[in-house]
Ligand binder design. Sequence first.
Ligand SMILES: [Fe+2]
Length: 349
Amino acid sequence: MIPDTIISARETAAVLIVDDSRSNTDLFEEVFSSDGFRIFRAAGPEDAIEAFKAHHPDIAVIDITTSETCGFRLCRMLKGMASQRFFPVILLGAGKDRRGKIEGLESGADDFISRPIDPREFSARVRSLLRLKHLHDELEHSENIILTLAATLEVRDPHTQGHSTRVGELCRDFGDYLGLSLQEQELLRKAGLLHDIGKIGLSKDLFLKPPPLSDEEIETIKQHTVIGEQICKPLHSLREVLPAIRHHHERWDGKGFPDGLKGEEIPLLARILSIVDSFDAMYSERLYREGRTAFEVLEVMREEKHLGQWDPLLLEHFIGMMKLAGHELLEQLAAADSRTDEQKETSLL
Ligand SMILES: [Fe+2]
């Protein structure tokens, strides 16, 4: 819990008040100014949007007494303009306006306060939402630091540049194709971005060294899964991504690392991530070999499926999604699928 003193000490918390009644805004100013907040007034939606863009307030208080519809619309617009950031909005309405209260909360408002206003309660609710916003901002900041670390890692090795970003995006698309929720898709995107962050704890020379590597060097490289988990562990918001980071090198047959998990013991997000990671690694041009076409990579992965590397059903879904990706790959796969069963036995299957 962040104490009130922190909110007060910031002295920069800015409150946007949207109210067409001057006497009301005077009252709000009195309440907030004594708390050390900066106040921006707006008489209507247009002024409010202008003030939102110009002053980046931390919270908005919208009086909906004159026009509920305008107030709800403005609430949605401000929330939309804040995008991924948490931007608290409080609506002020008539005393017994139950319907307005429900509609207001459905429009995205974080609180609804009925008139007549108790200044102390009002101030307490604003502070409560500002504490929540502060926590969101801190969380976003911490996540951004780790994501920046992941990007730094790629710059360190130009041969893998863009790999994590591509894996993150393709993981999210694959999650969408599999019908996973938006929340799971976002977890997959983050897991893709962060899956190799543990390499930051290992020597750069180790990754640039041409093969063959010694057994000891291979064991050291394998540690990047566990180190990655340790780096992200302190961040509560990434807790659901941790299993994917730790287990993205497990194999369906149990011969992977770090824990030798087998089949469905391997978390689903890790099984998805491992397929996408390998696809991008083989598809992209790397230091020691020429890049392959998508078709060639999927052929290799189908062979690996028979050797026990991949979740067989997930791999077929992945190939199904790639077929939908179209163009050249689609034609190649369609041609492959039109081969006779006997031919398939000796090639893809
Ligand atoms: Fe990895």
